[in-house]
Design a protein around this ligand. Structure first.
Ligand code: ADP
Length: 177
């Protein structure tokens, strides 16, 4: 499912964030220590190899909503942008922190002249954010940030589950291009 907004392509795909070879940067739903873990962080660190954790160590810990960038090591990308989402029910206000994540990732990508970025559904796994509410925040924030972007041309959302993918497709369809 693809949607052109201005001259930026928004896209939802179902798949693995660690296997997005055509994207310049992928986003890690990181933990504060920027270490491997379950879900997205586990998949990314497994494929990247131990060099990724080594490169990230001096940048840790990061705060909720903060984004930092590293190389991609053995991943088929150039960069990994690590972002710490809010733990639902704990880090408040969780909607604003989640919005910070998407905005800060895109602003960092823009600064680094990155043309394409793939996001997972940050905070919707171990951190417990309800998928539909998180999707609305993700898409609204991306739409608000798009007018300030010149280098970023392609934003992909990579969803793991069938339901998650369907929610993104339905929400993207409703956006006026
Ligand atoms: P968080 O701790 O921010 O909640 P998780 O990694 O636990 O991050 O989960 C975030 C979302 O990513 C969840 O919806 C989960 O189903 C999904 N997910 C898990 N593994 C992958 C993967 N390899 N690629 C893409 N999405 C994934």
């Amino acid at each position: 499912m693809k949607k052109l907004v201005g001259n930026i392509q928004l896209e939802a795909v179902q798949g693995d964030i660690a296997n997005q070879p055509e994207m310049t940067a992928i986003v890690n739903a990181a933990n504060a220590q920027l270490m491997t873990g379950g879900g997205v962080a586990g998949a990314i660190h497994r494929t990247a190899g131990p060099g990724l954790a080594e490169e990230c160590r001096p940048m840790a810990p990061i705060r909720p909503g903060e984004a930092v960038i590293s190389g991609a090591h053995n991943l088929p990308n150039q960069y990994v942008i690590h972002c710490l989402g809010p733990v639902y029910g704990m880090d408040k206000p969780e909607n604003l922190i989640l919005s910070d994540c998407y905005r800060n990732v895109l602003l960092l990508a823009e600064e680094k002249k990155i043309d394409s970025v793939a996001f997972p559904a940050i905070s919707t796994g171990a951190f417990g954010y309800p998928l539909e509410a998180a999707t609305d925040i993700a898409l609204q924030t991306v739409l608000e940030t798009i007018p300030g972007l010149e280098n970023v041309k392609h934003i992909r959302f990579v969803l793991f589950g069938d339901f998650d993918f369907e929610v993104y497709v339905e929400r993207l369809r409703r956006i006026k291009g």
